[in-house]
Design a protein around this ligand. Structure first.
Ligand code: PMP
Length: 307
């Protein structure tokens, strides 16, 4: 018999799809890992599960305890899902601008969500979380922006899954960065196992990786206002800064071409992957990650400019 006993067991092992509708140069292939097949709907379900498991294992957190985390939403959903499994109370601090759907889903999974002003960005949410932690000294702070368990999550699961899915035949890996955990952990695994693999990091305009200034952007889930301590520029073989217009045009196009209902960070990852494909030699395999689905951004008018 093949069935799960807990939703928890269904995190990870998401499908890998070849993207075939774009006219790529001969012999160049593009694959995407469809992370919206996770039970909470995003790449961050892996993180929620791994962070709580690690903290429970070494005693930083006990069953029945409380976690406090600043999150744009998907991490909150992933943590809330894992918190159910371990009987943990979850409190999240989320800048108001982030999608209504994500905030509703966190609450639906039993979490408390506290909003901070949009103008203060993620820094404002982090500040508020610190204040709350001083009021709840027993609470655990998963701290995705500094916890090395964040990249380790993807070193342990995403890297091996991509490697196995393509029998190690990966020449270029492309991923967006929000906290940077997905990019760093997966890149570390791939570089250890595939000599010469190129790792491409993707950000929206209004992010600092390419020397730009932190600012607002519509592309949700990626973009850095500061460099988390686990990020290592040595791993950035190329950085692409993708405009909101390009990210949205691509997510709208791929829905029609391939039937993929993906969010704006997937649109940015696709745009960057296609730029790499244009330059690639025959025989090149490119793999990217589509972190979540468009369904959680309907109220943000994700498809409104579609003709
Ligand atoms: N895309 C979406 C939709 C996300 O929610 C996130 C996480 N913020 C990412 C991409 C980037 O993941 P990471 O934090 O691992 O860089």
């Amino acid at each position: 018999m093949k069935y799960a006993k807990k939703i928890h067991e269904l995190v990870g092992n998401t499908p890998l799809l070849e993207i075939t509708s774009y006219p790529l140069p001969t012999g160049v292939r593009l694959f995407a890992k469809l992370e919206y097949f996770n039970p909470g709907g995003s790449v961050k379900d892996r993180l929620g599960k791994f962070l709580l498991q690690q903290a429970l294992k070494d005693g930083r957190l006990q069953r029945g305890g409380t976690i406090i985390e600043p999150t744009a939403g998907n991490t909150g959903i992933g943590l809330a899902l894992a918190a159910i499994e371990y009987d943990i109370k979850a409190i999240f601090i989320t800048p108001k601008k982030f999608s209504h759907e994500k905030q509703t889903l966190m609450r639906a999974l039993g979490a408390e969500v506290i909003n901070t002003p949009t103008e203060l960005g993620m820094e404002g949410a982090i500040q508020k979380a610190k204040e709350l932690l001083s009021e709840h000294p027993d609470a655990f702070y998963p701290g995705q922006f500094q916890n090395p368990d964040n990249p380790d999550t993807y070193y342990e699961s995403m890297g091996p899954e991509l490697y196995a899915g393509l029998d190690g035949n990966i020449d270029i890996f492309v991923a967006g960065a929000g906290s940077g955990g997905t990019f760093m952990g997966t890149s570390r695994y791939l570089k250890e196992h595939i000599p010469g693999v190129k790792c491409v990091i993707v950000e929206p305009e209004g992010s600092i990786l390419n020397g730009g200034k932190a600012g607002s952007h519509r592309t949700e889930g990626i973009g850095m206002e500061f460099l988390p301590p686990f990020m290592d520029r040595e791993f950035f073989d190329e950085i692409y800064t993708i405009s909101d217009e390009e990210a949205f045009a691509h997510l709208q196009e791929i829905a029609k071409l391939e039937g993929l209902l993906v969010g704006s960070s997937s649109g940015a990852a696709l745009a960057a992957s296609l730029r790499e494909a244009e330059k690639a030699k025959p025989g090149t395999n490119i793999v990217t990650i589509f972190p979540d689905s468009s369904e959680r951004y309907i109220s943000n008018h994700i498809y409104d400019e579609v003709n």
